[in-house]
Design a protein around this ligand. Structure first.
Ligand code: ADP
Ligand code: ZN
Length: 535
């Protein structure tokens, strides 16, 4: 069977090399544009098919005698997989990274310089070396430098969670070889990151291709932490018995404790974090990929470059850093397109904790300001009483309609007007200050508001305060939600190790009744089992 298309035609390459019938989404446009020598910035969700966006143009340009495509990638495992698959498909490809011996490196370099190689994958630090640059100069002089592809381009953004110093030096590609087309690709695409990529990689004249970030098969559920372990177990037992999934925790210790506990509860689970031995990590990862129905309990160290199509759920026991991180992490569920679940339990302690991590980080004020803004956006998503997907996509600049496949769409939560409660909470903190100049955490504050006569209340004489018991009609869960909001909105600051609460200058606006707070009514979760109480 002969193809009606000439050898360098994208459609022919797609069919003959990759065995696919048609391009998906924006792939055809991107391949056309890049193959024709244009620069491009490609924003496509994980699993969207970014690889073909540079592999097909690379093959097309090589077939036209234009030489080599250099793919910059930070992920060694991914390089290996891709090169293996390309060679399998008859495309001459190789990688250059620290796993190669000197002889192997020299062998790849010989192939590269001969002009026979179609794609070479290189780690970003390689691109900065004088040796590699001299090699590219030589190819360029001979007209054999066809294309640059910069994968995981968000790594260039200092605001993001995957920042890599080496990416900053990639502007050399444009400065040194300005006539070689470049395609930058990423699955992270909020406005700040996008702007950063364009500026730092000098992609001002690149065409931007934005795919929808919707993952319609993922159901989003965000619950308020009550007894996190019991909630998780209920989620796993009721909805995901026998399924493979990932449970993210913030600390290594919590990863290990949670994995142990799940095993004791009869859920097959393995821990994964950067503090484990390299071969333990490899073994756990292999088992997760090969065996069925395992739960990986992990820190964020797990996941980048993991391609397991049938991950049925991603659960968060701690709040991620921001919406991009949440989207990336939950995006590992359901890559096969079948129904999958993104579940998260979050609470006041998480908010306090994340705030503190930002406050105490050695970074500059500007950086902290951006990080706080990003955290607030995530809190707004967590506290939302309307469609989660609409919120999530809006964050990536995409308009959409209520989805029918998130907790809020499926069971619209009741809301209550918390404006008055917020004023009571703030004035109670003000009274503490007047009364003894001291600051207290959320637990004590809620006790005073609800009029609970605890030892601490007695010790500080707080039953004498005019605010003692003024909020008895508001449940504890509701109070926590009010406090989270006040912190998120910046009217309240939580400080230090104990998360003591202090008013900020803008608290005045709430006290004067200038701020309206409409909050979701916390569902009083039924208790089941005897899980350990969370923080
Ligand atoms: P990303 O890098 O965006 O996460 P990949 O490039 O790994 O995504 O592609 C995800 C999966 O989709 C891969 O298995 C790939 O082979 C497949 N794929 C990509 N484009 C197409 C297409 N046009 N037709 C069929 N399958 C495709
Ligand atoms: Zn929805």
């Amino acid at each position: 069977m002969t193809s009606p298309f000439p050898p360098a035609h994208p459609q022919r390459i797609l069919e003959e090399v990759f065995g696919y019938a048609r391009f998906r989404g924006h792939q055809a446009e991107i391949v056309e544009h890049v193959g024709g020598g244009g620069d491009a910035l490609v924003l496509m969700p994980t699993g969207g098919g970014k690889s073909l966006c540079y592999q097909v143009p690379a093959i097309a340009r090589h077939r036209r005698g234009l030489g080599l495509c250099v793919v910059v990638s930070p992920l060694i495992a991914l390089m290996h997989d891709q090169v293996g698959a390309l060679e399998e498909a008859g495309v001459h490809a190789a990688f250059l990274n620290s796993t190669l011996s000197l002889e192997e490196t020299q062998q790849v370099e010989r192939e590269m310089m001969s002009g026979r190689l179609v794609l070479v994958y290189a780690a970003p630090e390689r691109v900065s070396t004088p040796r590699f640059q001299a090699q590219l100069d030589s190819l360029h002089e001979r007209g054999l430098l066809a294309l640059f592809a910069i994968d995981e381009a968000h790594c260039v953004s200092q605001w993001g969670h995957d920042f890599r110093e080496d990416y900053l030096a990639l502007d050399v590609l444009h400065r040194r070889w300005p006539d070689v087309p470049r395609v930058a690709l990423t699955a992270t695409a909020d406005a700040t990151t996008r702007q950063d990529i364009v500026e730092r990689l000098q992609l001002e004249s690149a065409r931007v291709f934005v795919s929808s970030f919707d993952r319609p098969n993922i159901r989003y559920t965000l619950v308020e932490k009550d007894n996190a372990r019991a909630q998780l177990l209920r989620f796993l037992q009721d909805e995901h018995e026998g399924d493979a999934g990932i449970v993210y925790c913030q600390s290594r210790r919590k990863v290990e404790e949670t994995a142990d506990w799940l095993v004791r509860e009869g859920v097959p689970a393995l821990p994964y974090h950067a503090g484990l031995d390299a071969d333990v990590r490899r073994r756990h990862q292999d088992r997760f990929l090969r065996e069925e129905g395992l739960t990986m309990v992990a820190t964020v160290a797990f996941g980048m470059g993991i391609d397991k199509p049938d991950v049925r759920f991603v659960a968060h026991l701690d709040l991620p850093k921001n919406i991009e991180a949440y989207y990336q992490e939950t995006g590992r569920a359901g890559r096969d397109g079948l129904p999958a679940h993104a579940w998260m339990a979050y609470g006041l302690a998480d908010v306090v904790n994340q705030r503190r991590m930002i406050d105490e980080s050695p970074a500059g004020e500007e950086f902290k300001r951006v990080q706080r803004g990003k955290l607030d956006a995530l809190l707004a998503l967590a506290e939302a009483h309307d469609c989660r997907r609409v919120r999530l996509l809006a964050y990536f600049g995409e308009a959409s309609e209520p989805c029918g496949n998130c907790d809020n769409c499926l069971a619209p939560p009741a809301t209550w007007d918390a404006t008055e409660a917020a004023r009571k909470a703030l004035s109670c903190i003000y009274r503490f200050h007047q009364h003894g100049g001291q600051r207290f955490g959320a637990g004590h504050l809620v006790d005073v508001l609800r009029g609970k006569r605890t030892d601490k209340v007695a010790q500080y004489g707080h039953e004498a305060l005019s605010t003692f018991g003024i909020g008895a009609e508001v449940s504890e869960a509701q109070w926590r939600s009010v406090l989270r909001q006040l912190i998120a909105l910046g009217h309240l600051r939580s400080e230090g190790e104990y998360g003591t609460l202090a008013l900020t200058p803008s608290a005045r606006e709430v006290l004067r009744g200038e701020v309206t707070l409409l909050l979701r009514q916390p569902s009083e979760a039924p208790r089941r089992g005897r899980g350990t109480r969370s923080r």
